[in-house]
Design a protein around this ligand. Sequence first.
Ligand code: PMP
Length: 284
Amino acid sequence: MTQVNINGKLFDRAEAKVSVYDHGLLYGDGVFEGIRIYSGKVFRLHEHIERLYESARSILLEIPWSREKMIEQVLFTVEANKKIDGYIRLVVTRGVGNLGLDPNKCSEPQIIIIVDDISLYPQRMYDEGMEIVTSSIIRCHPNSISPRIKSLNYLNNILAKIEANRAGVPEALMLNHLGEVAECTADNVFVVKHGLLRTPPPNAGILQGVTRDTVIELAETAGITVQEIALTRHDVYTADELFLTGTGAEIVPVVKVDGRPIGSGKPGPITKQLRERYLVLVRQ
Ligand code: PMP
């Protein structure tokens, strides 16, 4: 039975409940993280915790636990669930308030740690590559809700995901307010061109993915030059290779965008090489 940690106490999954007055539910007022467990070890836990606290700081939400205590509680919950390979969802909400917006009316933030199985893309997508479409939904303007905040307000991404669903593909490419490539609904984007690896910079309206940062490190170790640079749809359509990165997806090749084949129309050699290196790293 799944044990869910709420504010430091474990509850059976069916008993793990929060108030309907919680502003996380009423307004999407809160932050979260998605983290992988590989072979009993939590992958890049410190990086995820750092991003969680940065997201919280950006929305002026003070997490009542220190980073050390948060790490301790995550590890405790993984242990309690005896999870060897799985997924951690860490959520911090503004807490219980009244029906108005004012966060000052909220009591204590609620800290929720769920440890569960992960639902993965089918193996076929890694072997043959994925098809995606460009979404008509523009990624949030950085001066609205910054995409750098991993907030509970994911409607921007969900609307793009609905477009992907309706187009019969698993992901959608989102452009920023300047019309540049930002990211997909839950993954970062990389293109390969003439042996160079290119990805939009954090200020292009993206979440700075932990997987993205890991892939940049792996590429540099492999002697592949990485450029964090603004990309357009032209760069995507004319790329030699294209792939997405994310905690759940890891590294997934993309072979078709808006019905156009990318590169050879098959997963490319640099994508494959980075994916192999990534799988070695996570299993270390
Ligand atoms: N962009 C968005 C919008 C995301 O939600 C995520 C997380 N799934 C990512 C990118 C990838 O980030 P990470 O590699 O840290 O999972």
